[in-house]
Write a protein that binds this ligand. Structure first.
Ligand SMILES: N[C@@H](CCC(=O)N[C@@H](CS)C(=O)NCC(=O)O)C(=O)O
Length: 211
């Protein structure tokens, strides 16, 4: 398999964690999101992913899967061990809810595109950008802090999709200096995951294209 990735992309970070948890080997194709205005916009990558974002997963049959949540669920369905979603439907819905708070409610508002639009089109300065960024992390983390039950992972003793989404979002929150003191449960889950080899391997600084 080929993972179209960028070391600093938190959506690609999710995919890297899932691949590592499943013990799957893959080739990293680095798509630099800022160099030369962004290599994701070039015609060669556009032909692979018309949405021009990372991650994308190139399968051995030539198919390409887009969207981190869709490709992670594909990996979970095709390589069931270790499972990333609980067997019980109610437990599964709780895990998906936390994953989606991050993937659907926090990340899209704080992604490169919206931040650049604020900067370039609406002339928001860096202080304003940081305030916007923190606002959506705090709104999401307030809810997640109330929802998770560290044990030591977000929903008990099995690491899963909620952890896969949470760890990259915590990484980003630290990068943007969002205070994490109000979130002891989130910080504890992040620390528990940091002890797992798969999470270490997937970290941005350990990605083959790290700068
Ligand atoms: N919902 C998508 C988000 C993918 C996404 O937006 N990736 C960002 C990096 S984290 C990207 O490629 N941005 C490039 C751009 O917006 O030009 C997913 O989960 O895969």
């Amino acid at each position: 398999m080929k993972l179209y990735s960028y070391f600093r992309s938190s959506a690609a970070y999710r995919a890297r964690i899932a691949l590592a948890l499943k013990g799957l080997s893959y080739e990293t194709i680095s798509i630099h999101l800022t160099k030369d205005g962004g290599h994701q916009y070039g015609s060669s990558y556009r032909a692979i992913n018309p949405q021009m974002r990372v991650p994308a997963l190139g399968l051995t049959n030539g198919d390409v899967l887009l969207q981190s949540m869709a490709l992670i669920e594909y990996l979970d369905e095709t390589h069931p061990a270790p499972r990333l979603l609980p067997a019980d439907p109610i437990a599964r819905a709780h895990v998906r809810a936390v994953a989606q708070i991050i993937a659907c409610d926090i990340h899209p508002l704080n992604n490169t595109g919206p931040l650049n639009y604020l900067r370039r089109n609406l002339k928001v300065d860096e202080a304003g950008i940081n305030a916007w960024y923190a606002n959506w992390v705090v709104a999401g983390f307030d809810a997640i802090e109330a929802l998770i039950k560290p044990g030591p992972y977000a929903f008990g003793s099995e690491v899963g999709l909620a952890d896969i989404c949470l760890v990259p979002q915590v990484f980003n929150a630290r990068r943007f200096k969002v205070p994490l003191e109000p979130y002891p449960k989130i910080v504890a889950v992040d620390a528990a995951c940091a002890k797992l080899e798969a999470f270490v391997k997937a970290r941005p600084e350990n990605a083959p294209d790290a700068e």
